[in-house]
Design a protein around this ligand. Structure first.
Ligand code: NDP
Length: 287
């Protein structure tokens, strides 16, 4: 036996339910590909156990962890500091454990904006965003910081959209409009990008439809969905039928995981490796 066995760097995720979370598959594929001695442990941690889980991670020398539902806000009082965009978003999905401090970041919206940048320069875009939950909020803040010109936030519970619009107006030069989503929403013809930031379309409810006027989607628009499973949502199929370009939720998910590895260990992982692992995990997750 090796008298000085190497110790893996420890990372993981605290959420509940945790089953089906594909992040571990992507992250461990990157660790293997890059020969990094590290592990990612997917832990089912309900909010009442979150303080103990965080203390445990510190005690065991973890270098960082992810948070997913329902812990993204509950973790904030346990941290020493927040990255500026995480403070605006009010939710944390990635914590760095440094010797003196726990730092919270939000990389969901950054993952989306990185995926968008491969298709369109965000500067000056006019965006319609459906939803005002955690994912939409992260996307709205990062789009505003990336220089979009106009953000129309459409949500069933309009107060949540108004709250995000106010944050965007206070922290960027973007015009931000909150709209109550009651009935089929017509996309304004001058819109560049449409984003579904709601949970509509997530398996198993794959027949659920983002209620918009399909004919108002124009071939000039890029239509994006946050839903990673199944990636080809009804919204994206409708958009293609109207001649629009589409961007599914997988790139956002792989990008946020890649950004997390950069925060934890300065690794710039091969995104194709992570995407391939994600596709395999989504295949398992759906059945
Ligand atoms: P939240 O529960 O915080 O928000 C859900 C949002 O969807 C709210 O705006 C809610 O509206 C809206 N909504 C849900 N059902 C309906 C409906 N039937 N009609 C109209 N609006 C509806 O969830 P999250 O924001 O955390 O997550 C949303 C989705 O984003 C999830 O499906 C998740 O899989 C995906 N996601 C994808 C990521 C990726 O990397 N690809 C990363 C993070 C999330 P209201 O406010 O009125 O309730």
């Amino acid at each position: 036996p090796d008298p000085t066995p190497l110790m893996p760097a420890l990372t993981g995720s605290f959420s509940s339910p945790a089953g089906g979370n594909p992040t571990g598959a992507m992250v461990e594929a990157a660790y293997r590909h890059h020969g990094v001695l590290a592990r990612f442990v997917n832990c089912d941690v309900p909010p009442e156990h979150l303080p103990d889980a965080v203390r445990g991670a510190i005690a065991m020398g973890w270098i960082g962890f992810n948070l997913s539902l329902p812990n993204k806000q509950a973790v904030i009082p346990l941290l020493d500091g927040l990255a500026p965009s995480a403070a605006l978003i009010g939710a944390v999905n990635c914590v760095q454990i440094t010797p003196g401090a726990l730092i919270g970041n939000n990389t969901d919206g950054q993952g989306f904006v990185q995926a968008l940048r491969e298709r369109r320069d965000p500067q000056g875009l006019r965006v319609v965003l459906f939803g005002a939950g955690g994912a939409a909020r992260a996307i709205a803040v990062e789009l505003a910081l990336a220089g979009v010109a106009r953000l129309t936030i459409v949500n069933r519970t309009v107060e949540r959209a108004e709250e995000i619009a106010a944050i965007v107006r206070e922290n960027s030069a973007a015009e931000a409009i909150a709209v109550a989503w009651d009935g089929s929403f017509p996309i304004p013809a001058d819109t560049d990008v449409v984003v579904n930031g709601t949970s509509i379309g997530l398996a198993p409810d794959t027949d659920a439809r983002v209620d918009l006027v399909a004919e108002s989607i124009l071939p000039t628009m890029l239509v994006c969905d946050v839903i990673p499973n199944p990636p080809d949502t009804m919204l994206l199929r409708e958009a293609r039928a109207q001649g629009a370009a589409t961007l599914d939720g997988r790139a956002m998910l792989a990008n946020q995981a890649a950004i997390n590895l950069n925060l934890w260990m300065g690794l710039d992982p091969d995104r194709d490796v992570m995407r391939t692992a994600l596709d395999a995990a989504i295949g398992d997750w759906r059945h």
